[in-house]
Structure formats: C-alpha cells, structure tokens
Design a protein around this ligand. Structure first.
Ligand code: FO1
Length: 327
C-alpha cells in the first residue's frame, strides 16, 4: 500500500470538484503537493445508489480510498487487497451480483448505511471515515440530500449505475437528469470553503462533464457560490486527442451530436472558467476556447504525473490571478 501524505511545499488553500476515477487522480496530485489540511474536495454524489439495501457512494469512496492510498490500482474504484467471499456466497444464493462489492469495501457501505439510518449526515460520516483513514484533506459530498443521476437513452431512462455498470455504457444516451437536485441543498460547509479569501484556486478535475460535474452544478447554490468566488477557476480537460482519458465522456458526446474536443469542454464550463488546461497533444487548439488556455501533460499514469499536473494547474492559477490584479 502506498500511503499518501501532503508534502507541504505548495501554499494556499485549494478547492477541487471531482467525480470518480479520472478526477481522483488529479485530486491526489493536489493533495500530495499541498501542505496538510489545505485541500477541500467537493465530490459528486449523483452516482450514489442502494444495491442490496446498502448506501454506496462510489465517487466519494473512490476519492477517499485514493487519498488514503488504499484504492484498487487495477480498477481505480474499490479497495486494494480485496477479497470477494461475500459476492461468491451471494451468487451461490442466487442474489444480484452485477455491482461488485468487495469484502473490505463492504464495511464502508454497511457502516455508512447504519449511521445514515441513525440520523447522521453523509458529510459527518464521510468526515469521520476520512479522519480514521488518515486523510488530511476535507472531503465534502456535494449535498447531504439525495440526488440521483438518470441517463436518458435509446432504452428509456436508466438509473446511473444500471447504465454504467450493468449495461456497460452500451445504450446510446439522449440526455441526463439529476433527480432531487432542484430541491437539494449544497453541502453545509461548501459555501465557506469556496468563499475563503485565502483560496488559491478552484480546480474542476478531469471528470465527465455530463455525469460527474453537471450534477454538482445542478444543486442550487453551488454554481452561484463558484461564480462569486475571487479565486481563479480552472478546468482540466478530460478529453485528450478526441478521446476520454477514462470512461464514456467521448462516447456520450458523440451520441449527443458533439465532436469530443477540449474546446467543447471549455465551452461547456464557459460561464465559470478563468482558465482551461488541455493536453499538450491538443496544443494546436489553444485560442479556440474562449478562455486563457495552458497546455500540460494531462494523462496521469504515475504518481509523479499527478504531482506535475497539480503543480502546473497551481502555477497557471497564480499567473491568472496576477494578470487579473495587474489589469
Ligand atoms: N464499477 C464497475 O464497473 N463495476 C462494478 O462492479 C463496480 C462496483 C463498485 C463498488 C463500489 C464502488 O464504490 C464503485 C464501484 N464501481 C464499479 C465503480 C463506479 O460505479 C463507477 O466508476 C462510478 O460510479 C463512476 O464514477
């Protein structure tokens, strides 16, 4: 197990908005280059669902396990050194096993479900889990209220995990809906984190714009809080060379009649952005998005790649702020 600790050389507070596996890589880079307790990660909970009566928060757990150094390196989700006795026993009984819960991972869902039933908030439970796992960053579910992403598709409306895992993203998408978002309240400490006058940057991680970032922006008050922040807001493109680094983002774009390019992603976030980071292989597109752009190595294979990108994003934020102050 690689234990991750903040190294302390980068100063200032940073807020990151993040979905699952792809975004968690940059969140880890930021975590490692910043001083302890400087990073706040706001995480999508639109993917949450209740298989087998358990409350599973896939993106929260992916970020939590990643920062704790216990993420499964092969899948990116779930825990390392996992065993599958529970799933095997469940299969033998004819139970539903398309969504695979490992034995160690199960403990997270059982304890979360128990505490939610006892009246604790998802924020309080997540905070205790991260503290017990030794994580010195704040992990904030976007809301304590239930929001559920529904994928509209050629097969009709599908709950997110049904589309993503059970059907392996095969149905062509026609749109998205975030059930519950309209009446959901933002995480109770999110506003203070974003309004922090010492905030160095707000980073939209290279997550899926449609199903990881849009559910967060659909919660009333989150877009407005971001928009009002004095800190530079920078998004990192999840599209590199016309393909998604991870997951179905490019496939979804094509099905919705959009050419998957970094420029489209920048345009999608345009109302919020101060800067946009695209991969070096897309450097010829600099100037196309209507915001200042920076080319950087965005494909994060190694731990060093995550740190390099995190530093590049912070330097870019600093340049944008200086430019803003000089203007
Ligand atoms: N993704 C899969 O593709 N198959 C699984 O069986 C699966 C199980 C699973 C269990 C716990 C968890 O926290 C995540 C899990 N994921 C699984 C990943 C997850 O559903 C998706 O990666 C995200 O929702 C998309 O960000």
């Amino acid at each position: 197990m690689t234990s991750h600790q903040p190294s302390g050389e980068e100063t200032g507070n940073v807020v990151a908005l993040c979905g699952g596996v792809g975004g968690a890589k940059l969140a880890l880079g930021l975590y490692r280059v910043l001083a302890p307790d400087r990073l706040t990660v706001i995480v999508n909970t639109g993917d949450d669902f209740e298989p087998l009566g358990l409350h599973v928060s896939p993106d929260l757990d992916t970020v939590m396990y990643t920062l704790a150094g216990i993420a499964n390196p092969e899948t990116g989700w779930g825990r390392t050194d996992e065993t599958w006795s529970f799933m095997q026993a469940l299969a033998a009984l004819g139970g539903e096993t398309w969504f695979r819960l490992g034995d160690r991972d199960l403990a997270t869902h059982v304890e979360r479900t128990r505490r939610l039933a006892a009246g604790d908030s998802l924020t309080a439970i997540t905070d205790e889990f991260r503290r017990r796992l030794g994580i010195r960053a704040r992990l904030l579910p976007m809301s304590d209220d239930p929001v559920r992403t529904v994928v509209h598709s050629a097969q009709g409306p599908l709950p997110f995990q049904h589309y993503f895992v059970k059907l392996a993203c095969a149905p062509a998408v026609t749109g998205f809906e975030f059930d519950g978002a309209a009446t959901a309240r933002p995480n109770p400490v999110l506003h203070d984190a974003i309004a922090d006058p010492r905030l160095r940057a707000i980073v939209i991680c290279p997550s899926n714009p449609y199903v990881s970032v849009d559910p967060m922006l659909a919660v009333p008050g989150i877009f407005e809080a971001l928009d009002a922040s004095a800190a530079p807001i920078i998004a990192v493109s999840p599209i590199v060379g016309g393909r998604a680094i991870k997951g179905p983002a490019a496939k979804m774009m094509a099905e919705l009649g959009v050419t998957p390019t970094p420029a489209w992603v920048a345009e999608h976030y345009r109302a919020l952005l101060d800067g946009f980071v695209l991969d070096r292989i897309d450097a010829d597109m600099i100037g196309r998005p209507p915001v200042p752009c920076q080319a950087a190595p965005t494909v994060m294979t190694s731990l060093a790649d995550r740190e390099v990108l995190a530093r590049e994003v912070l330097r870019f934020a600093d340049r944008l702020r200086r430019h803003d102050q000089a203007a």
